[in-house]
Design a protein around this ligand. Structure first.
Ligand SMILES: Cc1cc2nc3c(=O)[nH]c(=O)nc-3n(C[C@H](O)[C@H](O)[C@H](O)COP(=O)(O)OP(=O)(O)OC[C@H]3O[C@@H](n4cnc5c(N)ncnc54)[C@H](O)[C@@H]3O)c2cc1C
Ligand code: FES
Length: 280
């Protein structure tokens, strides 16, 4: 099920167009869906990389949908995508049924890197920035890096409960309070602390040292996380979002302005960037 078209020549060696077959697709929170599919990408993709998914059924919509993943199981060739239905493409994605097939370009971009300094990591996720943060947590757990996670959503119904449970399971048992490791907040106070992830983070970093932060979510949130990290000299990796066309560096529509001047491509140079290098 793998095609390697000429148009992808020169991109990361494993990037290609791969088939996928849906084996489940259901709502997991208010406006948020989980699709699980079989695809060879599952054995190629690394935490923080993404796929660019073609949704079948409407020839007027030619653009693929860039999506991160929460789980990739190489042995069963299973990929799990968690996505918010926000427009026509994701609405049609939510209509795909068990047994439906299509293609995805992947693995795309560069993912999370393990911390280069010893110390604790802090993960900060907002909204549907959560899937790549779950993949990051699994990467850190496998490398025995201790971490805490802050997960924010607008309201309780938008929190993806099973992913919160997965994070609690992944957070290593260090004999301390689990609630301190997975901190949940909502804008309206209906679950966890009332307030933004950055409010929770400001309190947390005031009394606990961190070597590395990882963040994915709305751009203003990630800008706030980057500012807090800069003040405390905490290294910070951020997974950026841009509107995307090709997903592999051919159309130049996903520019990210750099502090050093010039632009990087979110799809090819990112989506994960060193937060200090990005103009927020
Ligand atoms: C690298 C990457 C990883 C992503 N991972 C996830 C994920 O795991 N889960 C998830 O729910 N979403 C993710 N997104 C966002 C997702 O791609 C968009 O929500 C989706 O493309 C919207 O398509 P649509 O046709 O439904 O909406 P459209 O009708 O195209 O647009 C609806 C709304 O979504 C906004 N939008 C469209 N495309 C993007 C985009 N690429 N980035 C940000 N906003 C967009 C539009 O401005 C508009 O407000 C990711 C985006 C990128 C770039
Ligand atoms: S999406 Fe085409 S260059 Fe990035």
């Amino acid at each position: 099920m793998t095609i390697q078209p000429d148009s992808l020549a020169g991109t990361a060696s494993a990037t290609g167009v791969h088939g996928f077959e849906v084996f489940s697709n259901e709502a997991v929170a208010d406006g948020v869906w989980r699709m699980r599919c079989h695809t060879p990408v599952a054995s190629l993709i690394a935490p923080g990389q993404f796929v660019n998914v073609a949704v079948p059924g409407d020839s007027a919509h030619i653009l693929r949908i860039p999506l991160s993943f929460s789980v990739a199981q190489a042995t069963s060739q299973t990929l799990e995508l968690v996505y918010a239905v926000v427009g026509e493409g994701t609405r049609r994605l939510s209509c795909m049924r068990v047994g439906d097939t299509s293609t995805m370009v992947g693995p795309c971009g560069n993912g999370w890197a393990l911390p280069t300094h010893e110390g604790r990591a802090l993960l900060v996720a907002g909204g549907v920035g959560l899937p790549p943060i779950v993949a990051c947590a699994r990467m850190l757990a496998e490398a025995s890096v201790g971490f805490d996670v802050i997960v924010g959503a607008q309201t309780s119904a938008k929190h993806v409960e099973y992913l919160l449970d997965e994070l609690r399971r992944l957070a290593p048992d260090e004999g301390c309070d689990c609630a301190r490791k997975v901190l949940v907040c909502t804008d309206d106070g209906t679950l966890g602390t009332r307030g933004f992830t950055t409010d929770v983070m400001a309190d947390l970093i005031a009394d606990r040292p961190y070597a590395q932060a990882y963040t994915c979510g709305p751009t203003p949130m990630m800008a706030g996380v980057a500012r807090l990290c800069a003040k405390r000299d905490i290294a910070c990796q951020a997974s950026l979002e841009r509107m995307m066309g090709c997903g592999f560096g051919a159309c130049s529509c996903c520019n990210v302005a750099l502090v050093a001047g010039g632009y990087a491509l979110c799809c090819k140079d990112g989506p994960v960037f060193d937060a200090r290098e990005v103009v927020w």
